[in-house]
Design a protein around this ligand. Sequence first.
Ligand code: GLY
Length: 333
Amino acid sequence: MALGSFHPSVNQPASASDVLIAGAGIIGLSLALELHARGARVLVLERDTALAHASISAAGMLAVHDPHNPPALLPLSEFSAQFYPAFLARIEKLSSITVPFHTDTTLQYSSGSITRFAEHSLDPRQLAAALLAAARAAGIELREHTEFHPASALSGQVIVYTTGAWAPHDLKHSFPIRPRKGQMLRVRLPPALYGLCEVHRGDEIYIVPRTLDPQAGTALIGATVEDAGFDTSTHPRDLTHLRALAAALLPALSDESAAPQLEAWAGLRPHTPDRLPILGPLAPGSRHFIATGHYRNGILLAPATAVLLADLIEAKPPILNLTPFSPSRFSPS
Ligand code: GLY
């Protein structure tokens, strides 16, 4: 990773910030930290509050080997997973907050067999708290409850849209990004599952134990995949169905008195038609970039996205082939 002086690829006018990032989710703030480490002045605008949506709704699996992932995602996923320890170390250095991995193994159930993967999971709420503290400690300017308007950007300023499922108004018709709702619940682990320390994942269900405080001894059960617009309500019927799917893998979870529900919520994944992220300039040579569409893997892909976007902004050759993620793949040819 290149650190040191920031070299935008074109001369910038004198301005308060070199780069304006629209959207303070995990992608936007991870990119802000990366650019800041390279010497850029960064301003992050957030229409709501920072890290309030998908970034804290996820289960936190770094699911490199999830069979649901399109094959074209694998190189990006592997790169991001390798980079995670350095990403967390940077956050810890700035924030003095350690974000631990809760699990190191995933058992993947598929067609009657179980495959063991070396994959980590973490608690996205712990990551969000540390990332925000790191951004603040770095002096990155963050303006919450502030809508981004292209007209307010300075001429020549680099703009990056990291708006998750909320496609920016002026780009709505160019990029087919849609929310995909995921409901999830967290339960206390029943005595039969005390000490559970691996993720159990099937085709439609995952069980992600929290092994460390403050949620040690509990597990997440997720998640639905729904085309429901921006609705984030949860429904007992759907949560019951998730629990039944989980109990097919770990039967002790069926007992609601031994494994009571502690909370339930729903998040909105930024979905694209090919389930791949959109990473790059809005048009060839443009100083306006987009980094969204991470769908089910925003937590996993944040470190790689930050490095790759920062390289693109500095006009450095990307270290991975970004063709599968090109924003232009949705343009009429
Ligand atoms: N990241 C897991 C999910 O989207 O349900």
